[in-house]
Design a protein around this ligand. Structure first.
Ligand code: NAG
Length: 164
């Protein structure tokens, strides 16, 4: 029995779950170093209007690491989420360390996880991450791209599944 308890601890799920009952919109979530939520998702705005993306963008992601989950998302929802996420990113807001930003659309979410760094997101990086996930996980596949140099990740997921 004790052995089971000892073995169970490291298997604890890391990250947090964005609940399925949250309406479309932009949320922030306080997280710890392991991506565990420190509070409930906070609705910060409605989905941004589709904006002309900024011409000033970031360089290609340095040493991006792409990972996949063996499940699929609804591509029509995801396309709206990605577009809204990109419009949000190009507003240029900086998010503090230990923050996740989640754009919720239908059954899907587009997200940024900031671990030990304050970061903004860029549509160029978000699009690069999306293309990497398409290539590695499939066009309806789920995955994320972690960039250690920035201590941040971009991902796409279904609601009700652990992220960050
Ligand atoms: C982020 O959270 C970790 C705990 O997981 C904490 O040790 C660290 O100080 C936090 N960093 C910032 C910048 O708040």
């Amino acid at each position: 029995m004790r052995l089971i308890a000892l073995l169970a601890a490291p298997l604890a799920v890391q990250g947090f779950i964005f609940p399925a009952d949250r309406p479309d919109g932009v949320y922030t979530v306080a997280i710890d170093d392991d991506g565990n939520a420190l509070g409930e998702p906070r609705l910060v705005s409605a989905l941004p209007d589709t904006a002309k993306l900024s011409r000033r963008q970031a360089p290609a992601l340095p040493n991006p690491q792409t990972s996949c989950h063996n499940r699929a998302l609804v591509v029509s929802d995801w396309n709206v989420a990605l577009s809204a996420f990109n419009s949000l990113c190009d507003k240029g807001e900086h998010y503090p360390a230990n923050t996740s930003v989640v754009v919720s659309v239908g059954s899907t979410i587009a997200y940024l996880c900031n671990y030990q760094n304050s970061n903004r997101c860029w549509s160029s990086e978000s699009n690069e991450a999306n293309q990497r996930i398409n290539r590695q996980c499939g066009n309806s596949g789920i995955g994320w791209v972690y960039v250690d140099q920035y201590k941040k990740s971009y991902g796409r997921e279904n609601k009700d599944v652990s992220i960050c």
